[in-house]
Design a protein around this ligand. Sequence first.
Ligand code: ZN
Length: 392
Amino acid sequence: MFTLIKKGQVFTPKSHGIMDIFIVGDKIAMVAPEINIPYDIFTDITVLDADGLSVTPGFIDQHVHITGGGGEGGPATRTPEIMLSELTTAGVTTVVGLLGFDAVTRNIPGLLAKARALEAEGITAYIYTGAYQIPARTLTANVRSDLVLIDKIIGTGEIAISDHRSAQPTLAMLVKLAAETRVGGMLGGKAGIVHLHLGEGKTGLDLVFQALAQSDLPVTQFVPTHLNRKKNLLKQACKFVKMGGTIDLTAGIEPEKPSPDALNIMESLKLLIEMGISLNSVTASSDGNGSLPQFNDRGEITGISIASVKVLWTDIKKAIRAGVVTLEEGIRLITFNAANTLKLLPAKGIIAPGSDADLVLLNPDLEIDKVYARGRLMVDNGNAIIRGTFEK
Ligand code: ZN
């Protein structure tokens, strides 16, 4: 019920120096330089000495195929469902689940059930309605009513553009979907964003720029992702940020994976800084449990593997260790910035009285040591101590 974390180096995500954090139930009750607890009032309190550890908000991964994805090479290439500990050991305490390429054998009811399962197992889970294709697959009559009526649905995604696997949407189709998502978000009190999958195609963000030029939709309506899959695409995304948009980078991408000129997170951040982009407009996600298919220039599949949620922190950590970004800047991408984009503040993405007690404790090597999700210790010494229903 009560947990007191003593003497951690606290990042809210702003660096606040050495602080104590008092957790009551699933919420943070107090953050102060020194908290002394009257033990006769607060009995049964767990005290954790966090001396030498950095304490950050729990990570938010806004792009995970929680029910699996893939299928580009037929049924045997469908990826499996994610397990709780794969998320928690990666520091992820809030996940946004989504469908991808396959919206025939995967559906929104299954996605919603999996989000509820993860929530019951201890973390926080949301979903996007839709999948690669437009018209979007939905749970109720349409995207708008999904957003208004289903608590866990906070946007539409991942809608594929500039990809041979997309539904090749026209400008009118994309604008209509974005408008429906916007109104649904407004009526439902949600972020109501369109999370866009950018593929290897030749048009990149062209359709998005046209949508913004020819409609009254604000630039914040679209959150494009996988932008680091090609250097030129990331450069094009700089224009989008300069118009006021927020972009999402995908961890696990490396040169040759998928393109010869793909950039990993560290190189992407370097390029964005060089281009004068504020990292406040940048987030990162893992594409966890999605498939990583490789295609030849005829569009034929030549190989396939599965993405891991772990790459999210691994890749950001590399950029921090190399001095490309500070620890504060690095964690901000997957805490405050993500919560801001998804309209989850102040419950998520920060450490403050009243926010959810989702915390990651990092050791001096920046390895994940402990993870709290809604006040519960899920990971200790890097190992999952709470496991999902069917995990051994
Ligand atoms: Zn994608």
